[in-house]
Structures are given as C-alpha cells and as structure tokens.
Ligand binder design. Structure first.
Ligand code: PGA
Length: 249
C-alpha cells in the first residue's frame, strides 16, 4: 500500500463566505495534478458554502478546531457533529496557534482526537517544537511527548484514519522554513515513534510538513522520503500559489 499524498491548506482566520466561493471557483480549474488529495481547513462560517462550492471538485473541506465534548454548556465552542453536519470531513487538532495562543494541552488534544474519530471526522494531529526547544536540543523529546499523549487513546485500527502534521513553531508564518534535511530528520523520527506505538499502521500514516511552505520550496521538501505532503497557511490563501504547490506534488 502506498502512502497517500496530501496538500492541505489552513486558512486560519481568513476569508468570508463570498471569498470562499470565489477562491474555490478559481482553484478548481487550476489543479492539473490529480495525484495529491487536496484538503482545505476553512473558518467555521465558510464550511457550508465551501462544501457546496467544491461538490464537483476533488477538494476536501474541513475545520481548524473543535471541542472534545459531544455537547453542553461551552459558550463559543463547536462540536464534531456540528462540523460534520456543516460539511467538514476532517479537522486540524493541536495546531501550534491552538497550543500556544489558546493554551491547549496535550491531554485536551488527546480527548479531541477521540471525539473526532467517534464522530467520523478525520483528524490531522499537528506537532512541532518551538525555537527555544530546538536550540536546547529538545526537539525529539517534545515531538515524542506530543505524539504519545495526543495519540494515547487511539487504537491501531483508528490510526488508519489519522494524519500527522509536523510544523516547527519557529517556521510557521515566519518565512523561515526547515531545510529539507531538517524536515526529513524530524519526519523520520516521527515515523519511528509512531512505529513504536502502532506497529502495523505507522508506515501508512501520512506525515505532512508545515511552516512557510511556498511554491519555491515545496518541491524539494515533498521529495523527501518521509514527507507525504504539506500543511500550508499563507500560501494557501491565493488560488495561484496553492495550485502551484498542488501541481508540483
Ligand atoms: P504558514 O502556516 O504556511 O503560513 O507558515 C502553516 C500553518 O500554520 O499551518
């Protein structure tokens, strides 16, 4: 079995409903490569229109976060079932902005992983070290902790649906990209750690790289052995640059 190639966009807090429709209309005809699966994590308010606009395309729509409870008194939060009903097929969990700006813990993320799978959303678990952690030689320790805790409640069978994204915090939105060698080293470590936890499925888990990916650097990054695609913020906001990355994959 070959590992799936995935190019995923993460729009963060960008794009209204009309802008979402316009983007998908422009993107669809630009995609000439049918090799990678194309995912876009849109804002909650755009889920419904994004799903509708992408109906006759290969674009898969998802969300950027969710709560781990099924329902309840959690003002301002959103459940997995709500996302699914609005058109999401996947959800980003543990993105570095959720961890660092909104103080989400590995335990919270572990609960979200369980809930997403229970309610049939494909989770993309994001992991990655800060600059300080890298400089003090703690990259592997941090990645292992995030993986072990984030995936502690997941069975080998459930793991078949999980995607992992390696996003070094220092490379997100900064223009600083990990070199292909640095990224490959981290991906290889992630794969090895997954193998210790999920002996049968680890080889088939797509591991995406994220952090200032753009058309100029995506080809080299994607050609590394353990890099199965990309999670893209800034460059996913323009149909031209997002399509260029997809078509190079
Ligand atoms: P960036 O964001 O491509 O703008 O660095 C990546 C991400 O946050 O997923």
């Amino acid at each position: 079995m070959e590992r799936k190639k995935i190019i995923a966009g993460n729009w963060k807090m960008h794009k209204t409903e009309p802008e979402t429709i316009e983007f998908i209309k422009k993107l669809a005809p630009e995609i000439v490569s049918c090799k990678p699966s194309v995912y876009i994590a849109v804002p909650f308010t755009s889920l419904h229109v994004a799903k509708k606009a992408s109906e006759k395309t290969n674009v898969i729509i998802g969300a950027q976060n969710m709560h781990f409870e099924e329902k309840g008194a959690f003002t301002g939060e959103i459940s997995a079932v709500m996302l699914k009903t609005a058109g999401a097929e996947f959800v980003l969990l543990g993105h570095s902005e959720r961890r660092h700006v909104f103080h989400e813990s590995d335990d919270m993320i572990a609960k979200k992983m369980v809930r997403a799978l229970l309610d049939d959303l494909q989770p993309i678990l994001c992991v990655g070290e800060t600059e300080e952690e890298r400089e003090s030689g703690k990259t592997e320790k941090v990645l292992l902790q995030q993986l072990q805790t984030g995936l502690k409640k997941i069975s080998e069978k459930e793991m078949e649906k999980v995607i992992v994204a390696y996003e070094p915090v220092w490379a997100i939105g900064t223009g600083k990209t990990a070199t292909p060698e640095m990224a490959q080293k981290a991906h290889c470590f992630i794969r090895k750690s997954l193998k210790e936890m999920f002996a049968k499925t680890a080889d088939f888990v797509p591991i995406l790289y994220g952090g200032s990916v753009k058309p100029e650097n995506s080809k080299e990054l994607m050609s590394q052995k353990d890099i199965d695609g990309a999670l893209i913020g800034g460059a996913s906001l323009k149909p031209e640059s997002f399509a260029a990355i997809i078509n190079q994959c």
